[in-house]
Design a protein around this ligand. Structure first.
Ligand SMILES: N[C@@H](CCC(=O)N[C@@H](CS)C(=O)NCC(=O)O)C(=O)O
Length: 203
């Protein structure tokens, strides 16, 4: 089994954090994304979308999409549960993971990809106005996150989950996206400190 990894990029990091939380060590194949390694023939043959991460199994099967890769490991290694427990717990984790992906991770990464000069070849067409338009969207959703975290230790409830991992990589990507978290979001800040101190956050 091999995990094609993309270094500091948020989606590959999601999977590395997930594996660290599970205590799993999977052989990594580093791909130099700055040198466009993700557009190589090797990666394209595994994933025609030319995106990372990519998990290649020993039988030749290929899994792309960070959440699908994490789901695979969750099924093989159910402990600790990171996709929630029970009908309600699982639904809430899925709900928050999707909410964070669509309403926060997407605007944060779009702000970066549509404004940063290094992304010109990645994001075609690069539309700086669209990047600018996404900054207030990301900040607007922080209010929803902050409200949820006012009464909940983690984003989907009392237990750390994949939704926290998606949120962590997105909050950590605010800096490259040149978005500042407003001081008023004290619950989100408290949560960020807590999850950043977990050993897995170094992944
Ligand atoms: N939905 C995919 C997104 C994967 C993705 O966009 N990965 C980025 C790195 S964070 C990438 O490979 N980008 C390459 C490109 O845009 O050319 C997932 O969850 O894995």
């Amino acid at each position: 089994m091999k995990l094609y990894d993309g270094g500091r990029a948020p989606n590959p990091r999601r999977v590395r954090i997930f594996l660290a939380e599970k205590g799993l060590s999977i052989p990594l194949v580093p791909v130099d994304m700055a040198a466009m390694g993700h557009r190589s023939n090797e990666i394209t043959s595994l994933n025609p979308l030319q995106r990372l991460p990519v998990l290649e199994l020993d039988n030749g099967s290929v899994i792309t999409e960070s959440v699908a890769i994490c789901r695979y490991f969750e099924e093989l290694h159910p402990q600790p549960p990171l996709f929630g427990e029970g009908a309600l717990g699982k639904a809430l984790v899925e709900m928050w993971n999707r909410r964070v992906e669509l309403n926060f991770m997407a605007p944060v990464t779009s702000a970066f990809r549509h404004t940063h000069p290094a992304m010109v070849e990645w994001e075609v067409p690069q539309i700086p106005q669209w990047g600018e338009a996404n900054r207030p969207k990301a900040i607007g959703f922080m209010a929803v996150l902050d409200e949820q975290l006012a009464t909940s230790a983690f984003i989907a409830g009392d237990q750390f989950s994949i939704a926290d991992i998606t949120l962590l990589v997105s909050v950590d990507f605010l800096k490259p996206a040149k978005i500042v978290m407003p001081e008023e979001f004290v619950n989100l800040k408290r949560w960020h400190e807590v999850v950043s101190n977990r050993p897995s956050a170094k992944a």
